[in-house]
Design a protein around this ligand. Structure first.
Ligand code: ADP
Ligand code: MG
Length: 259
């Protein structure tokens, strides 16, 4: 399949710090593309630039053949690109279900006016949204947690709720910023299964992740960043044995985590 996302010569500088340096990356439709690299190598910046949080200093970003460079985060999200955050962003007053409902609300056709006037179609749509939200919760493994406060979930399940919210927007491209951070090895195995399920639904995934076992197990291809530059790209087996990658990153990553 062709590329769903093309990053062409993208640079991003922050007051002299070149966080991304003339980066070229093509992500194929339907793949899980891992992005790895040392701390500060530009992984989160890449997600921020793709989703419009920061404009690129130079270069173009093409999504499904359309130039999305410089569009607002809102418009980029509307095109089907959704991300999660490295640090979780849950709301103290919302239940698990409400988090998912809030995320899918902008997809609603009846939308704001429908809920204000509580028209019949509005009510029917709301019921549809609730059952869809329940399905998404079940899909990520949070069945039975719907009525708990989001912040009442154990940490690993909060990470799943973040993914549920992202899925609720109906993305074609899902960007995950270190979804396995802080998870137990059992939780990482569940996440690995979930990522495969997400891919099997036709959603393309960009996975920024430090946990190498997970990356090597699920990624179709891996792009390695170092100081904002791409130093390698390929299948997990190729990356695992690449001397430059081992030197810049993998040697340390395996030694640190035993993962
Ligand atoms: P990673 O996610 O790979 O750890 P980041 O993308 O967060 O790396 O950071 C890449 C570089 O850009 C770092 O030097 C970081 O300090 C810098 N950087 C990232 N975001 C900002 C920002 N908002 N303002 C200034 N510098 C930033
Ligand atoms: Mg980061």
């Amino acid at each position: 399949m062709g590329p769903i996302l093309e990053i062409k010569g993208v640079s991003k500088s922050f007051e002299g710090v070149l966080a991304l340096n003339n980066l070229d990356v093509e992500v194929s439709e339907g793949e899980i593309r891992a992005i790895i690299g040392p701390n500060g190598s530009g992984k989160t910046t890449l997600i921020n630039v793709i989703t419009g949080v920061f404009p690129a200093t130079s270069g173009r970003i093409i999504f499904k053949g359309q130039d999305i460079t410089g569009l607002s985060p809102f418009r980029i999200a509307r095109k089907g690109i959704t991300r999660t955050f490295q640090n979780l962003r849950l709301f103290p007053s919302l239940t698990v279900l409400e988090h998912v409902l809030a995320a899918q609300h902008h997809r609603s056709r009846v939308g704001f006016w429908g809920s204000v006037f509580s028209t019949r179609s509005g009510r029917a749509e709301e019921e549809g949204m609730v059952s869809r939200a329940q399905e998404i919760l079940e899909f990520v493994g949070l069945k039975g947690r719907a009525d708990m406060p989001g912040l009442g979930l154990p940490y690993g399940q909060r990470r799943l709720l973040e993914i549920a919210r992202a899925l609720a927007t109906g993305p074609e491209l899902l960007l995950l910023d270190e979804p396995a951070a802080g998870l137990s090895s059992e939780e990482i195995q569940a996440l690995e299964r979930l990522l495969r399920e997400i891919r099997s639904r036709g959603i393309t995934v960009i996975l920024v992740e430090h946990r190498m076992m997970l990356v090597m197990n699920v990624a179709d291809r891996i792009t390695v960043l170092n100081y904002g530059e791409k130093i390698a790209e390929g299948k997990p087996a190729e990356i695992k044995n690449n001397p430059e990658v081992i030197q810049a990153y993998l040697g340390r990553a395996y030694a640190a985590a035993g993962s």
